[in-house]
Design a protein around this ligand. Structure first.
Ligand code: G4P
Length: 545
C-alpha cells in the first residue's frame, strides 16, 4: 500500500470500513450464547459442522473455549475473536466469557466493540449478568441488538419482555419480528416491516431449519396456523404500531433504541434474518476517542489499541498474545509502528488472526478488525500503536472488584517465578493487584469480580509458572478509588471500618466490608470524591511486584 496513491488508499480503507461490522454478545450464562455463536458462524461458513463451538463434554471439539480450566468446567472464561464473511461483508464477533466471574474481561472486550447483541432467554427475560453488562454498553453508548432466544420453549409474554427492557434499562425496544405463539405452540414470526411470516418447523438439532415464508395477509396462512394464535400475534403487532415508535437508526446507533428479534438458536430459527437485519442496521467501525479528540477510521495511517492480553494461549507454544483493535488505516504484516507509551518503534512481523486455537498469519487488517500480536512483554492493556502523527487512545478503565484475598507464596525459593506469574497475569488483566500501604507486607492482594477469577489465577500460577500458592481471603466486598489521590485522603484523617491499599499505579483505594460502611464515609466526608471505576492511566508504568 505504501506505493499506492493516497486517494486509492483512502478508497480502499473506505470500502473496507463500509463492509465491516463488529459486535460482542452480552448475556447471562445459559441464555444460549454458545449456541447462537455456533449458528452465526455456520451462516458465515466459518465452521462446517454445528457443534464445533460447543463447549460441553469431552467428545465435542471446542473452538471458542480453549483453556484447560474451561474444558474441565465446561464454561467459557476468556474472550476470543471470531471473524467470518457474510454476503460480502466481514463480521468480527468478539467472543466474551459467559461466566459472571469473568465480567471484567467482558468489560474490556466491550471497549473494542462497535455493537452488542443482548441475548435473553424468553423464559427468564433480563438476568443479573445481562443487566451488569448492559450498564457497560450504556457507559459507552454502544448500539444494542436484542435476540430473545428459546422461543421453542414455553416463555414469558413477548409484550412483557419488551416492557421489561423499556422500564428496567430505559431502552426503547423495537420489535423487528413478532412471534406467533410460543413453546409447543410456537408457529413462527412475522417480519414487521415486510409482513412476511416465516413458519417454524422443528429441525433436527444443529441443522438449518427450513424457512417457509408467506405474507401475513395470505389466506393460505390460515390453513397452516391456528387462527387464535395468528390473531393474537396480529393484534399485538397492531398494538406495537399504535405505540408509535419508529425504527430510527440514529437512536439505534446512540444506544437508545434496541431492535428486538425473536427466535430459537438451537433449532436455528430466526438466526439468518437476525444476521441480515444486523448487517443493515449495525454501526460500522466508528471514530474512536483519543486523548486529543476523535480519530476517524478513514485516517490513512494505521492506529489501534490493545484491549486484551493473554498468556500461554497454547501451552505447546507458551507464548503471549496482545489483541489489538484496529481503529484507523490499513494494517499490514511487517509494518513498523510506534508504541505510544514507550515511544519505541516495533516491527509487527507475526500478526495473527485467531480462531479458537487455530492461528493464521494476517497479511492485512482494517478498522473494526482484531489482530493478535505476539507479546514479548511490552504491551499492556490500553496501549496505543500507531503510524504517523502520534495518537493515544483513551485507555480502558479498571472495574470495581468485589472479592479480595492475600496471595501467599509458601515457598520463598520460588519467588522469581511467583513474581513473574503475578506480574504477567496482572498485565494480562486476569486479575487486579493491590498492595498494602505497609511496604513490609510485600504479598500482593488479588482483587477480582468473581471467586472463579481467583481460582484461575492460582490454577495458572501452578500450571504455567510452577508455583503453588495459598489464598487468604480479606473480608471486604466494596472498593473505591480516591479521585483526588493521597493528598485528598490525608485531609480526611483516620477512617474507620475501612482498609486503605494501593493499586498498581500507586493510587489510594479504600476497601469496605459492605455498602453501609461506604455510605457512612460518604456521609461523614461528603467532599471526598470516590470512584467505583478507576480512572484510566495513560503513559505511565505500573508497579511490579
Ligand atoms: P451459554 O453459552 O449462554 O451458557 O448457553 P448455551 O449455548 O450453552 O446454551 C445453554 C443451554 O440452552 C443448552 O442446553 C442449549 O442447548 C440450550 N439452548 C440454547 N438455545 C436454545 C433454544 O433456542 N431452544 C432451546 N430449547 N434450548 C436452547 P444444555 O442442556 O445446557 O446443553 P446441551 O445438552 O444442549 O449441550
Amino acid at each position: 500500500m505504501a506505493n499506492s496513491p493516497p486517494d486509492l488508499q483512502a478508497a480502499e480503507i473506505g470500502e473496507a470500513v463500509s463492509r465491516r461490522r463488529n459486535f460482542a454478545i452480552i448475556s447471562h450464562p445459559d441464555a444460549g450464547k454458545t449456541t447462537l455463536t455456533e449458528k452465526l458462524l455456520l451462516y458465515g461458513g466459518a465452521i462446517q459442522q454445528a457443534g464445533a463451538v460447543k463447549a460441553r463434554g469431552e467428545q465435542r471439539r471446542v473452538t471458542s473455549d480453549w483453556m484447560e480450566i474451561e474444558k474441565q468446567r465446561g464454561i467459557s472464561i476468556t474472550s476470543t475473536v471470531l471473524q467470518f464473511d457474510y454476503q460480502g461483508n466481514t463480521i468480527n464477533l468478539l467472543d466474551t466469557p459467559g461466566h459472571q466471574d469473568f465480567s471484567e474481561d467482558t468489560y474490556r472486550t466491550l471497549a473494542a466493540a462497535d455493537n452488542a447483541v443482548m441475548l435473553e432467554d424468553a423464559a427468564k427475560g433480563l438476568e443479573p449478568q445481562t443487566r451488569k453488562l448492559f450498564e457497560v454498553c450504556r457507559m459507552r453508548q454502544i448500539p444494542i441488538f436484542t435476540f430473545i432466544n428459546k422461543m421453542d420453549r414455553p416463555g414469558r409474554e413477548p409484550l412483557e419482555l419488551l416492557d421489561e427492557i423499556e422500564k428496567e434499562l430505559d431502552l426503547v425496544p423495537w420489535a423487528v419480528n413478532w412471534p406467533i405463539g410460543s413453546g409447543e405452540n410456537f408457529r413462527g414470526v412475522i417480519d414487521r416491516r415486510s409482513r412476511q411470516v416465516t413458519l417454524f418447523e422443528r429441525a433436527e438439532r444443529g441443522r438449518q431449519a427450513s424457512e417457509q415464508q408467506l405474507s401475513a395477509d395470505d389466506p393460505a396462512l390460515r390453513e397452516l396456523v391456528e387462527h387464535d394464535l395468528l390473531d393474537t400475534a396480529l393484534e399485538e403487532l397492531e398494538l406495537l404500531e399504535g405505540a408509535g415508535a419508529e425504527l430510527d437508526l440514529e437512536l439505534v446507533h446512540a444506544g437508545e433504541l434496541t431492535p428486538v428479534f425473536f427466535g430459537s438458536a438451537m433449532t436455528n430459527f430466526g438466526v439468518r434474518p437476525f444476521l441480515d437485519a444486523f448487517l443493515e442496521l449495525a454501526q460500522k467501525p466508528i471514530a474512536r476517542q483519543s486523548i486529543d479528540g476523535l480519530i476517524d477510521p478513514l485516517r490513512p495511517e494505521f492506529s489501534g489499541f490493545v484491549f486484551k492480553l493473554q498468556a500461554n494461549m497454547d501451552t505447546r507454544h507458551r507464548d503471549r498474545v496482545a489483541f489489538v483493535r484496529v481503529c484507523s488505516g490499513k494494517f499490514e504484516k511487517d509494518m513498523t509502528v510506534q508504541h505510544a507509551r514507550s515511544g519505541r518503534a516495533i516491527r509487527l512481523s507475526r500478526p495473527q488472526k485467531l480462531f479458537g486455537q487455530d492461528r493464521m498469519v494476517v497479511d492485512e487488517a482494517y478498522p473494526g478488525d482484531v489482530i493478535g500480536l505476539n507479546n514479548p512483554g511490552m504491551f499492556a492493556i490500553g496501549d496505543t500503536l500507531y503510524i504517523g502523527q502520534k495518537v493515544e487512545y483513551e485507555g480502558i478503565p479498571c472495574f470495581s472488584p468485589e472479592i479480595f484475598a492475600w496471595l501467599r507464596n509458601p515457598n520463598p525459593s520460588a519467588f522469581k517465578n511467583f513474581r513473574k506469574g503475578v506480574n504477567e497475569l496482572r498485565e494480562e488483566g486476569a486479575v487486579q493487584i493491590l498492595y498494602d500501604t505497609d511496604q513490609s507486607k510485600r504479598d500482593p492482594i488479588l482483587a477480582a469480580v468473581g471467586q472463579l477469577q481467583l481460582e484461575v489465577v492460582q490454577h495458572r500460577l501452578e500450571n504455567e509458572y510452577g508455583v503453588p500458592t495459598r489464598l487468604e481471603p480479606l473480608g471486604f466486598a466494596v472498593a473505591r478509588w480516591v479521585s483526588g489521590g493521597w493528598s485528598e485522603l490525608e485531609k480526611v484523617g483516620r477512617i474507620f471500618n475501612c482498609k486503605t491499599v494501593r493499586d498498581a499505579w500507586d493510587r489510594p483505594v479504600l476497601l469496605f466490608k459492605n455498602n453501609w460502611n461506604l455510605n457512612q464515609l460518604n456521609e461523614d466526608h461528603p467532599d471526598l470524591e470516590l470512584a467505583s471505576v478507576a480512572p484510566v492511566v495513560s503513559g505511565s508504568e505500573p508497579i511490579s511486584l
